[in-house]
Ligand binder design. Structure first.
Ligand SMILES: Nc1ncnc2c1ncn2[C@@H]1O[C@H](COP(=O)(O)OP(=O)(O)O)[C@@H](O)[C@H]1O
Ligand SMILES: [Mg+2]
Length: 314
């Protein structure tokens, strides 16, 4: 699935696109720095491009031949930068415009998962806080429920609500973030994540947060007590099922390169897909790199594989 050979990459000027304009800017700066370091270590000609409104001019000025997208969230993960790169004929890593745009929108993505028979928690959506408040006694499933903004990441604006009061308070917060309000049935179970690379499921890692759920602190703060178990200590059939659901999700949206799916497994072994991340975190301690490492693909090799697969997809 690679576009470029190792030798061809040596002739290219690689732009690592990082930072950006989204709420996840800080996470992206870490991802971008780690990727740039790894690619330089492979002897490649790398320039970091902090993405702002002048990104098109910067790409030209820096003579970027191929782009490694290390952005997260809005403008980076949602098809915007992918569209710009398509229009400039600069091959780029990861998913194309359409898969990125749909993957960024949890509600649209869930509709596609459902159409493909991929199990995902029951849900309903509201366009405004007012509509969500008005529906508090008429939700189609009982408490606890999970409230989340449809177009954010990193658990920003995500609330687990056990009571109608908690729900009403959460509506206030969640409605501040991008997109519509997504209300999901709370699924009790073990939380795992699965990496897919070049149309192959790489394996499953279990996330054991010490906090109530896998929130922003549990994700990013060292000392938050979150533990990661690879390979996830699951019965073989459940492990395989998570691999399959994640690969199905990757294919259902038409993703390319690396993706990471978030999955919950109930006590009875049912698997529910929460979401797919089309631009998973890529610091050396992020989960896709951890999963890849468990499969013998070290961090520089993972970055190189992704870059070799850079292409135009429109
Ligand atoms: N339906 C759900 N049932 C139980 N926990 C959930 C549910 N939805 C989200 N969570 C918890 O919230 C976290 C973040 O939700 P997720 O849908 O993955 O959004 P994000 O894009 O912010 O990562 C999950 O990792 C999980 O811990
Ligand atoms: Mg998630």
């Amino acid at each position: 699935m690679s576009t470029f050979s190792r030798d061809e990459l040596k002739q290219k000027r690689v732009g690592v696109l990082l930072g950006g304009l989204s709420a996840e800017r800080e996470v992206s700066l870490n991802t971008g720095a780690a990727v740039a370091r790894a690619l330089r270590g492979l002897g490649l000609d790398v320039v970091e491009v902090d993405v702002g409104k002048d990104v098109a001019a910067r790409l030209v000025a820096e003579k970027v031949d191929v782009a490694f997208i290390a952005l997260h969230g809005r403008y980076g993960e949602d098809g915007c930068i992918q569209g710009l790169l398509e229009s400039m004929f600069i091959p780029y890593t990861g998913s194309g415009v359409l898969a990125s745009a749909v993957g960024m929108d949890k509600v649209l993505a869930k509709q596609i998962f459902v159409a493909h028979g991929i199990p995902t928690p029951a849900y309903c959506t509201f366009r405004t806080a007012e509509e969500a408040r008005a529906a508090v006694d008429a939700l189609p499933f009982p408490f606890p429920v999970v409230l989340k903004p449809s177009r954010e990441g990193s658990s920003v604006g995500v609330h687990i609500c056990k009571t109608r009061e908690a729900y009403l308070a959460a509506v206030e917060d969640t409605s501040k973030f991008a997109g519509s309000l997504l209300v999901e049935q709370f699924v009790k179970g073990r939380e795992v994540q699965c990496g897919v690379l070049d149309d192959e499921a790489l394996g499953v890692i279990e996330v054991v947060p010490e906090r109530e759920f896998y929130d922003y602190t549990a994700k990013y703060q060292s000392g938050s007590g979150t533990r990661y178990l690879f390979p996830a200590p699951l019965p073989a059939d459940q492990y395989e099922r998570v691999n399959q659901v994640s690969l199905d999700a990757h294919r259902s949206l038409g993703c390319s390169g690396g993706t990471r799916s978030d999955v919950i497994i109930t006590e009875s072994g049912d698997v529910y897909l929460l979401e797919i991340n089309t631009l998973p975190g890529m610091t050396e301690t992020s989960l896709l790199p951890k999963i890849a490492a468990g499969r013998g693909i070290d961090f520089p090799s993972l970055c190189e594989r992704l870059l070799m697969g850079a292409s135009l997809k429109a």
